[in-house]
Design a protein around this ligand. Structure first.
Ligand SMILES: [Zn+2]
Length: 345
């Protein structure tokens, strides 16, 4: 075990070996939900704006503001290059075979600009990511307010080479802590809290659950962050690899050492394995800034079983990225105390 530590010091080579992808909310990662609507060809293009005005007045597409009412028919050599949404199928639920007169009230829309209706599928919700937008647009044109950071992150390109080298170094410190814990008979999990503003490692912890069942690496690390601020509850003197940098040990880049954040506010956490529910909730309560983990856990609460970081009902949300030194973190699985079947860390 020990000789491997040297390999994990966070070289530029390490940074080329992995990609960190964001763990997005269910809303951002789910499939595109579709709803049926009646569309009809616009037989006279010059009537388009009148038809739009009249249809919007008598058949507003409530809740579907993201859907464009008119689409150009792709590659249309046909007589009608434009099609318009007339109404939702749910607005005319009992109709199987329909004519345009069945779908519209007697007054309000002059029909002669419209051809015979047919059923199409349109996206039920506004797309939140570029992949969702591209899928949604295959069905019907849709507007999209792009979050550029999410798009870049989904391509695995959010972090450049210099940043990745730093991230590799932080995760390497977590790996080293995990190995040290494993050598003491603990589960092989390590965690490192970093202040990204100063690039300072605030605390390093490893699993100590062999002695106290709740002392998962993340819980240890959070307590050590609190200790760095004069708080904390536990003594980890028996575990020298579990350590913290006192807040008063100096300043970096002009940061005031006296302006202490609330526990993990604005901090990044690097942890070798996806945190469990308990650890994820502790990270919510301690106001962590971002979490980077190496490899998934069967019962993980940041992507696998739950996505605690994006749960709407909770009062703190944060970004989570998965895959930093993923291979090395995965290989840790064979070290240390056998992992309990139902437990993530
Ligand atoms: Zn845990």
């Amino acid at each position: 075990m020990e000789p491997q530590t040297k390999r994990w010091k966070g070289s530029a080579c390490d940074a080329d070996s992995w990609v960190a992808f964001p763990v997005l909310s269910d809303q951002q990662s789910q499939d595109v939900e579709l709803v049926e609507a009646f569309a009809a060809p616009i037989v006279d293009k010059k009537e388009t704006s009148r038809l739009l005005r009249e249809l919007n007045a008598v058949r507003p597409l409530n809740g579907l503001q993201h859907v464009k009412r008119v689409r150009a028919v792709r590659g249309s050599g046909g007589p009608h290059p434009l099609e318009v949404l007339v109404c939702l199928v749910s607005d005319a639920p009992d109709l199987k075979v329909v004519s345009i007169d069945d779908l519209l009230p007697p007054d309000g829309v002059q029909r002669d600009g419209l051809g015979e209706p047919f059923v199409v599928k349109v996206p039920a919700r506004p797309p939140l990511t570029r992949p969702q937008f591209e899928l949604a647009s295959k069905h019907w044109p849709t507007s999209f307010h792009e979050d550029k950071q999410v798009t870049v992150a989904l391509r695995g390109e959010l972090f450049g080479p210099l940043r990745k080298a730093r991230m590799s170094a932080y995760m390497a410190a977590a790996l080293t802590a995990a190995e040290t814990g494993a050598a003491l008979g603990m589960e092989a999990v390590g965690a490192v809290a970093v202040d990204p503003a100063s690039e300072r490692i605030v605390a390093v912890g490893h699993d100590c659950s062999g002695d106290r069942p709740l002392h998962h690496a993340v819980m240890v690390c959070i307590d050590l962050v609190a200790q760095s601020q004069g708080g904390g509850c536990y003594s980890f003197d028996r575990y020298p690899a579990c350590r913290f940098t006192p807040q008063t040990s100096g300043t970096f880049g002009g940061t005031e050492a006296s302006s202490q954040p609330y526990i993990c506010t604005g901090y990044d956490l690097y942890v070798t394995r996806e945190p469990c529910v308990m650890c994820a909730m502790a990270l919510v309560h301690s106001r962590i800034g971002r979490v980077f983990y190496g490899t998934s856990s069967a019962d993980g609460a940041m992507g696998t079983k739950y996505k605690i970081h994006s749960k709407k009902d909770l009062n703190h949300h944060f970004e989570v990225y998965k895959g930093v030194l993923g291979k090395q973190c995965e290989e840790l699985g064979g070290l240390g105390r056998p992992r309990q079947k139902t437990r993530a860390h």
